[in-house]
Design a protein around this ligand. Structure first.
Ligand SMILES: [Cu+2]
Length: 120
Protein backbone atom coordinates (compact mmCIF):
# COMPACT_ATOMS: atom_id res chain seq x y z
CA UNK A 1 0.00 0.00 0.00
CA UNK A 2 2.79 2.42 0.86
CA UNK A 3 4.20 1.99 -2.67
CA UNK A 4 1.00 3.10 -4.42
CA UNK A 5 2.18 6.66 -4.96
CA UNK A 6 5.16 5.35 -6.94
CA UNK A 7 2.77 3.55 -9.29
CA UNK A 8 0.74 6.75 -9.67
CA UNK A 9 3.79 8.87 -10.37
CA UNK A 10 5.05 6.32 -12.88
CA UNK A 11 1.62 6.24 -14.51
CA UNK A 12 1.47 10.02 -14.74
CA UNK A 13 4.98 10.13 -16.21
CA UNK A 14 4.00 7.51 -18.78
CA UNK A 15 0.91 9.47 -19.77
CA UNK A 16 2.99 12.63 -20.08
CA UNK A 17 5.48 10.79 -22.27
CA UNK A 18 2.68 9.48 -24.50
CA UNK A 19 1.11 12.93 -24.81
CA UNK A 20 4.49 14.41 -25.69
CA UNK A 21 5.25 11.73 -28.26
CA UNK A 22 1.94 11.73 -30.09
CA UNK A 23 0.77 15.32 -29.86
CA UNK A 24 3.71 17.56 -29.21
CA UNK A 25 6.65 15.82 -30.91
CA UNK A 26 4.86 15.18 -34.20
CA UNK A 27 6.49 16.73 -37.23
CA UNK A 28 5.03 20.13 -37.82
CA UNK A 29 2.84 20.27 -40.90
CA UNK A 30 2.79 23.72 -42.38
CA UNK A 31 -0.44 24.61 -44.08
CA UNK A 32 0.11 26.74 -47.10
CA UNK A 33 -1.46 30.07 -46.18
CA UNK A 34 -0.95 31.15 -49.73
CA UNK A 35 0.46 29.38 -52.74
CA UNK A 36 3.99 30.21 -51.53
CA UNK A 37 5.95 28.53 -48.75
CA UNK A 38 9.51 29.37 -47.73
CA UNK A 39 11.79 26.46 -46.92
CA UNK A 40 15.19 26.91 -45.27
CA UNK A 41 17.84 24.38 -46.29
CA UNK A 42 20.32 24.09 -43.41
CA UNK A 43 21.96 21.58 -41.07
CA UNK A 44 20.69 18.56 -42.97
CA UNK A 45 17.00 19.46 -42.72
CA UNK A 46 14.41 21.30 -44.69
CA UNK A 47 12.45 23.65 -42.42
CA UNK A 48 9.55 23.13 -42.60
CA UNK A 49 9.82 19.55 -43.82
CA UNK A 50 6.11 18.76 -44.13
CA UNK A 51 3.98 21.07 -46.19
CA UNK A 52 0.29 20.74 -46.81
CA UNK A 53 -0.86 21.35 -50.35
CA UNK A 54 -3.96 20.77 -52.44
CA UNK A 55 -4.37 18.41 -55.36
CA UNK A 56 -4.41 20.12 -58.74
CA UNK A 57 -3.34 23.46 -57.27
CA UNK A 58 0.13 24.83 -58.06
CA UNK A 59 2.26 25.53 -55.01
CA UNK A 60 5.51 27.46 -55.04
CA UNK A 61 8.26 26.48 -52.65
CA UNK A 62 10.88 29.17 -52.13
CA UNK A 63 14.07 27.40 -51.10
CA UNK A 64 16.67 29.36 -49.14
CA UNK A 65 19.85 27.31 -49.12
CA UNK A 66 22.15 28.15 -46.22
CA UNK A 67 24.13 24.91 -46.33
CA UNK A 68 27.33 25.27 -48.42
CA UNK A 69 27.85 21.51 -48.75
CA UNK A 70 27.31 20.07 -52.24
CA UNK A 71 24.80 17.70 -50.68
CA UNK A 72 22.26 20.51 -50.50
CA UNK A 73 22.70 21.93 -53.98
CA UNK A 74 19.86 20.14 -55.70
CA UNK A 75 16.28 19.44 -54.71
CA UNK A 76 14.47 16.57 -56.41
CA UNK A 77 10.73 15.87 -56.46
CA UNK A 78 11.15 12.33 -57.69
CA UNK A 79 7.50 11.36 -58.10
CA UNK A 80 6.65 14.70 -59.75
CA UNK A 81 9.59 14.62 -62.15
CA UNK A 82 10.83 18.04 -61.01
CA UNK A 83 14.30 19.05 -59.87
CA UNK A 84 16.13 22.33 -59.34
CA UNK A 85 19.56 23.66 -58.50
CA UNK A 86 19.65 25.67 -55.28
CA UNK A 87 22.16 28.52 -55.34
CA UNK A 88 23.82 29.22 -52.00
CA UNK A 89 22.36 32.16 -50.12
CA UNK A 90 19.85 32.98 -52.81
CA UNK A 91 16.15 32.18 -53.00
CA UNK A 92 15.10 29.74 -55.68
CA UNK A 93 11.42 29.18 -56.34
CA UNK A 94 10.15 25.82 -57.48
CA UNK A 95 6.52 25.49 -58.53
CA UNK A 96 4.89 22.08 -58.57
CA UNK A 97 1.33 20.91 -59.09
CA UNK A 98 0.63 17.68 -57.22
CA UNK A 99 -1.87 15.76 -59.36
CA UNK A 100 -3.70 13.87 -56.63
CA UNK A 101 -3.96 13.44 -52.88
CA UNK A 102 -1.07 11.64 -51.24
CA UNK A 103 2.43 12.26 -49.96
CA UNK A 104 5.13 13.49 -52.32
CA UNK A 105 8.68 13.41 -51.03
CA UNK A 106 11.33 15.87 -52.03
CA UNK A 107 14.97 15.24 -51.27
CA UNK A 108 18.50 16.26 -52.12
CA UNK A 109 20.30 14.08 -54.63
CA UNK A 110 21.64 11.78 -51.94
CA UNK A 111 18.36 11.77 -50.05
CA UNK A 112 19.85 13.14 -46.85
CA UNK A 113 17.62 16.16 -46.89
CA UNK A 114 14.02 14.95 -46.86
CA UNK A 115 10.73 16.75 -47.05
CA UNK A 116 7.17 15.83 -47.88
CA UNK A 117 4.29 17.55 -49.60
CA UNK A 118 1.14 16.35 -47.88
CA UNK A 119 -1.55 16.71 -50.52
CA UNK A 120 -5.25 16.69 -49.72
CU1 LIG B 1 22.42 15.36 -50.04
Amino acid sequence: MSGDWIVNVAGAALIAAIVWWFWIARPRVVKAQSDLVEIVVANGVYTPARIEAHAGTPITLRFLREDPSPCAEQVVFDTLGVSAELPLGEAREVTVTPPAAGEYDFTCQMQMYRGTLVVK
